[in-house]
Design a protein around this ligand. Structure first.
Ligand code: G1P
Length: 301
């Protein structure tokens, strides 16, 4: 039996301009926006590490220095906290420093998600790898990435994460055409469309921001023409892989039924902060009754 190689590399595209959050993102990357007290990007790196992906490549761009700094040492601050004997805060500082083996590559021209993934080719080489999009936070109590990694190894295919969404929201996502398999949590993806209108969407299975890909994706991305929005779409490259099962092993979807927080737009971001804070032991007990009272006030409007 051939030895299966353990997947260790995660690619996190983080070159977006974050214009939906202006002016907050004028001088600060959107990935650094705090979700409660941790930058959104740290949740994503933590998730990768929990799944055993300790080699993390971030695809960044101009204005993203704060990301590199966040995952690096900060000698002055560490020295000050050490001198004060404040080990609790020191631990918080070190949490992100010691997480993973971090690497960075710049995207230059932001020409789409497919283009960002292509920038990872040199670092990833000829191995399967995961892609995690920073806008999605998956609750650490729910399993997704580990399951996707297992399916990749078992099926020798590309794996996407699918979430059933309201048909009115499918135009915000890549939508998958699927066939059942013997496993209720896994479907075979027979087609993919990037951000279709509700009327033409093949299903209400939305691709969410986790992928486990075979290195063959790079060859396909090299020749993928700009698609929706004039961008090189990962969805289009995956569509080609799904259509050529013989050479690529095809594409499968792991259906996620757990808690996902979207930090990609303002309203969802606010909801994510509230949900995660309400669940926390240090904040929840005071926040939950306050929220209930606050919400009750709206009934009178
Ligand atoms: C990207 C992908 C899309 C996917 C989504 C998940 O879109 O192109 O297929 O459904 O991420 O969050 P974006 O949200 O970056 O526009």
């Amino acid at each position: 039996m051939a030895m299966t190689q353990r997947i260790t590399k995660a690619v996190i595209p983080a070159a977006g301009l974050g214009t939906r959050f202006l002016p907050a993102t004028k001088a600060m990357p959107k990935e650094m926006l705090p979700v409660v007290d941790k930058p959104a990007i740290q949740y994503v790196v933590e998730e990768a590490v929990r799944a055993g992906l300790t080699d993390v490549l971030m695809v960044t761009g101009r204005n993203k220095n704060a990301l590199e700094n966040h995952f690096d040492r900060v000698a002055e601050l560490e020295a000050t906290l050490e001198a004060k004997g404040d080990t609790v805060k020191l631990e918080k500082v070190n949490e992100s420093t010691d997480l993973a083996d971090m690497h960075y590559v710049r995207q230059g021209d932001p020409r789409g998600l497919g283009h960002a993934v292509l920038r990872a080719h040199m670092h990833v080489g000829d191995e399967p790898f995961a892609v995690l999009l920073g806008d999605d936070i998956i609750d650490e109590r729910d399993v997704l990435l580990t399951r996707m990694l297992d399916e990749q190894v078992a099926r020798d295919a590309c794996i996407v994460a699918l979430l059933e969404v309201d048909p009115d929201s499918i135009h915000l996502y890549g939508a998958a055409e699927v066939e059942e398999t013997d496993d209720p949590d896994v479907v075979r993806v027979t087609g993919l469309v990037e951000k279709p209108a509700k009327e033409v969407a093949p299903s209400n299975y939305a691709v969410i921001g986790r992928y486990v890909l075979k290195p063959e994706i790079f060859e396909v991305l090299e020749r993928t023409e700009p698609g929706k929005g004039g961008e090189i779409q990962l969805t289009d490259a995956l569509m080609e892989m799904a259509g050529d099962v013989e050479h690529t092993g095809g594409v499968y979807g792991v259906v996620f039924r757990g808690r996902r927080y979207d930090t990609g737009d303002k309203l969802d971001y606010i909801k994510a902060v509230i949900q995660l804070a309400a669940d926390r032991d240090d904040l929840g007990p005071e926040l939950r009754p306050w929220l209930a009272q606050f919400a009750a006030g709206f009934d009178q409007d």
